[in-house]
Design a protein around this ligand. Structure first.
Ligand code: FMN
Length: 313
C-alpha cells in the first residue's frame, strides 16, 4: 500500500500504459485480478484539444476501474495544459505525462522521451499540466537518453520541483528501446533522490519479479507492461505460477466478456492481439494462436475459443 498525495493505492502492482492494449476492458480485467492502479494508453493532447473522434474514444471509463490514470503526450505546454483541463472533467484519479516513449513519430514532434533532452521544456509542460488539472499529476520517463546521459535522478528532481505527485522510471534509456535488460539500480538511485513516490518499471515478468523489484530498489510501486499481456493474473499474489489452460481460458473469456460489455466496437485485430497472448508457452500454443489469428469476426473468435474450452483435458 502507498499513497500519491491523498490517493491510496492498495496494491503496489500497477498496469502500465500500453498503446493498443490498455483500454477500458483490459484495465477492468487487471483491476479484477488485483492491480492497484491502471494507466490508460497514451492520449494525444492535440487529439483531445481538437476533439478527434479516435482520441475521444480512448476516454471511456467506468467507476469500477478506479483508481485510474490517464496518460497524455505532447510537447507544447499550453496545449498540454488545456488537454489536462479536459481530462480533469472525467471521473479519473491521476493524469500522467509521457516523457518516455521512444517511438520515432512521437520523438520527431519533440514529445515522449525527447523531453528528457529538454528538461526546461519538460518542466514547463509539467507546470502547465499541474495548473490545468484538478487531480494529481505524475510523470513517466526513462533512465536517460543514452548510456552517456543517465539523467533519471536529475530529471526526477526536476519533476518533483515542478509539481509532480509521483514518478515512474522505466529503467532503460531511449537508445535501448525495449531491448537489453532494465537496470533496476537506476530505480534505487531515483528513489533516494526524491521524496515523492517512485514507481519502478522494466522487465517484471512475474509477481515474484515484482516483489523482488520492491525489495531490491525500495520503490513504492511496480509497474507491469508486457508481463501483463495475456497474463492479467500477474497482479495477484494468489494466482498459480504456472496457470493451467483452463485458468487461462477463464481469464480470456472474462476479457472477451468485458470487451462485449464495454467496447463492442473493438476491431477483431485488436482482440486477436490480446487473445493470442494467453497461449504463450503452452503446449500446442502455436496451433491455438494460428486458429485465433485466422478468425475475422468477434463471433468467430468466440466460437474458436469456446471450442478450446470443450476439448480441455
Ligand atoms: C506495445 C507497447 C505499448 C506501449 N505504450 C506505451 C504508452 O502508451 N505510454 C507509455 O508511457 N509507455 C508505453 N509503453 C512502455 C511501457 O509502459 C513500459 O514502460 C515498458 O514496456 C517497460 O515495461 P515492461 O518491461 O513491464 O513491459 C508501451 C510498451 C509496449 C510494449
Amino acid at each position: 500500500m502507498f499513497s500519491i498525495t491523498t490517493l491510496r493505492i492498495d496494491n503496489p502492482f500497477i498496469l502500465a500504459p500500453l498503446a493498443g492494449y490498455s483500454d477500458l476492458a483490459f484495465r477492468l480485467l487487471c483491476r479484477e485480478f488485483g492491480a492497484g492502479l491502471c494507466f490508460s494508453e497514451m492520449i494525444s493532447c492535440h487529439g483531445l484539444y481538437f476533439q478527434q473522434k479516435n482520441t475521444l474514444e480512448m476516454l471511456k471509463t467506468v467507476a469500477a476501474e478506479r483508481p485510474v490514470a490517464m496518460q497524455l503526450f505532447g510537447s507544447e505546454p499550453e496545449v498540454m495544459g488545456k488537454a489536462a483541463a479536459i481530462l480533469s472533467e472525467l471521473p479519473i484519479d491521476l493524469i500522467d505525462i509521457n516523457m518516455g516513449c521512444p517511438a520515432r513519430k512521437v520523438i520527431k514532434k519533440g514529445a515522449g522521451c525527447a523531453l528528457m533532452k529538454e528538461p526546461a521544456l519538460a518542466a514547463e509542460i509539467i507546470r502547465s499540466v499541474v495548473k490545468g488539472s484538478n487531480v494529481p499529476v505524475t510523470v513517466k520517463f526513462r533512465s536517460g537518453w543514452d548510456h552517456k546521459a543517465i539523467t533519471a535522478c536529475d530529471f526526477a528532481k526536476m519533476a518533483e520541483d515542478n509539481g509532480a505527485a509521483a514518478i515512474t522510471v522505466h529503467a532503460r534509456t531511449w537508445s535501448d528501446g525495449f531491448s537489453g535488460t532494465a537496470d533496476w539500480r537506476i530505480i534505487s538511485q531515483v528513489k533516494q533522490a526524491v521524496s515523492i513516490p517512485v514507481i519502478g518499471n522494466g522487465d517484471v515478468q512475474s509477481h515474484g519479479d515484482g516483489l523482488r523489484m520492491l525489495e531490491e530498489t525500495g520503490c513504492d510501486g511496480v509497474m507491469i507492461g508486457r508481463g501483463a499481456l495475456g497474463a492479467p493474473w500477474i497482479f495477484s499474489a494468489d494466482a498459480p505460477e504456472k496457470p493451467s489452460l483452463a485458468f487461462r481460458l477463464e481469464a480470456l473469456n472474462r476479457h472477451l466478456e468485458l470487451i462485449r460489455l464495454h467496447q463492442p466496437d473493438t476491431p477483431p485485430s485488436q482482440i486477436k492481439n490480446h487473445a493470442g497472448r494467453y497461449f504463450k508457452g503452452v503446449v500446442d500454443g502455436a496451433e491455438i494462436r494460428r486458429q485465433i489469428f485466422s478468425q475475422t469476426s468477434y463471433a468467430g473468435l468466440e466460437e474458436v475459443i469456446s471450442s478450446f474450452s470443450r476439448v480441455l483435458p
